[in-house]
Design a protein around this ligand. Structure first.
Ligand SMILES: [Zn+2]
Length: 195
């Protein structure tokens, strides 16, 4: 009631101040509550990445190989034991092929024997991935996607090893491996004095 009184008063005052037709009243839901406009999110934290994520299917096709596109955009699955990372054991980080976000670390990779790269956890406590129920193929599975660009990555099962008991079964086609220290040009931690 108070809200409505204030709203009415506000509208009355504004109507007096602006008799011109430029005034637009606040949108109101059927329940009578004003609908708050969602604030526009501006990319302040990361300046560049916005351009890195393909926006149209054409851009996706341009960025990915046909097989990567099929897996990432059409939720396909590469055949077991055919991807480039199922038996890959180097030390480094696996990044999303869509947007380049680091998703999995070789430290959490384990030999599951299933023919796909398997990890017992994503990097950063899973902040970079999201999970959705997948009822396709006559079974209920949990799909794993990149949170940033929505790329289909694979599925997560609860038959993994300790410490999580989870098995993130990921398509090689969805990830790109980056050897640890490769970007700085040499191995070892980066010099803290350098930017
Ligand atoms: Zn991504």
């Amino acid at each position: 009631m108070r809200t409505r009184t204030i709203l009415t008063a506000t509208i009355g005052l504004m109507a007096l101040l602006a008799i011109a037709a430029t005034f637009r009243p606040a949108r109101v839901s059927p329940a009578g509550q004003p609908i708050l406009e969602k604030p526009k999110i501006m990319p302040t934290e990361n300046q560049a990445p916005a351009a890195e994520v393909p926006q149209t299917e054409e851009e996706w096709r341009k960025k990915l190989t046909p097989e990567q596109y099929h897996v990432v955009r059409e939720k396909g699955t590469e055949r077991a034991f055919t991807g480039k990372y199922w038996n890959h054991k180097e030390d480094g980080v696996y990044r999303c092929v869509g947007c380049g976000e680091p998703l999995f670390d070789s430290a959490a990779k384990f030999d599951s024997g299933c023919g796909w790269p398997s990890f017992y956890q994503p990097v950063d406590d899973g902040k970079e991935v999201k999970e959705e129920v997948d009822d396709s193929l006559f079974m209920r599975r949990t799909e794993v996607l990149c949170r940033k660009c929505n790329a289909h990555l694979g599925h997560v099962f609860d038959d993994g090893p300790n410490p999580t008991g989870l098995r993130y079964c990921i398509n090689s086609a969805s990830i790109d491996f980056e050897k640890r220290g490769a970007k700085s040009g040499d191995s070892g931690p980066a010099d803290p004095k350098k930017p």
